[in-house]
Design a protein around this ligand. Structure first.
Ligand code: SF4
Ligand code: SF4
Ligand code: FES
Length: 239
């Protein structure tokens, strides 16, 4: 459908103590929020800082807060979020702002490392493949969370991260769960200890915002519930 008119777009400028700046942007059919940001940067203010790469929902780098909710901007059509011909675009919440719409993701990925989010196997290239049947219960549980692309949308949506900045957060815990349920992984005990502390899975209040917002349809809440069960059983047995 042909679209006409002008959008009023408020965009965050500067660092954490910055402010919104308003830009007029022409509307057109099938316009995404990323198209809007790109138009502003190319036609109105080349100093605007933002990130994107794939434009098709694969890299996760274009995540921003749109009208108060975190989203992939490349997969969000203006028609879906516009209110009274206006949109507000801000950097992701719960992460330090470097400039404008660009956040510092280091703490987010450091937490993956703290949650022992790397696979540790025992086989070498000379061994046969370790097969995990697709129908097995563990495989189904790992598969449910494996498509995470590390976009930070769930992390930005989580209020517990806001109140408790040390909390590992939904993405790192979801990653830990995919490894706890991976039969090939050999670091289960170490990982369960890593996610059991005050900043780990038991800090989750099961608010579900992460699950409601994940563009990949992943439920970090379900994975965290699994970690709560497994850590409790593990610690009871091993102290
Ligand atoms: S769980 Fe979903 S929202 Fe969270 S980082 Fe992964 S893909 Fe993004
Ligand atoms: S379910 Fe847990 S991790 Fe997800 S948003 Fe709520 S408190 Fe955060
Ligand atoms: S630009 Fe890659 S997910 Fe949006």
């Amino acid at each position: 459908m042909q679209r006409h008119g002008t959008l009023s777009v408020r965009v965050w400028r500067g660092s954490a103590d910055g402010a919104f700046q308003e830009f007029p942007v022409p509307r057109h059919a099938s316009q995404t929020v990323l198209d809007v940001v790109t138009y502003i940067q190319r036609a109105l203010d080349p100093t605007l800082a933002y990130r994107f790469a794939c434009r098709v929902g694969m890299c996760g780098s274009c995540a921003m807060n749109v009208n108060g909710a975190p989203r992939w901007t490349c997969r969000t059509h203006v028609d879906k979020v516009v209110r009274n011909d206006a949109i507000e675009i801000a950097p992701l919440r719960n992460l330090p702002v470097i400039r404008d719409l660009v956040t510092d993701m280091r703490e987010f990925f450091d937490k993956w490392a703290r949650a022992k989010g790397s696979f540790e196997g025992s086989r070498t290239r000379h061994d046969p493949f370790h097969e995990v049947p697709p129908g097995s219960e563990n495989r189904k549980q790992a598969d449910a969370g494996i498509e995470c692309i590390g976009c930070g949308v769930c992390y930005s949506a989580c209020d517990v991260v806001k109140w408790n900045p040390g909390y590992l957060g939904p993405a790192a815990l979801n990653r830990a769960w995919t490894l706890v349920t991976d039969e090939r992984d050999t670091a289960r005990a170490e990982r369960l200890r890593a996610v059991a502390g005050d900043a780990g899975c038991h800090a989750c209040h099961t608010h579900m915002e992460c699950t409601e917002r994940c563009p990949k349809g992943i439920s970090p809440t379900a994975g965290i519930a699994g970690l709560k069960r497994e850590t409790a059983a593990f610690l009871m047995k091993n102290g």
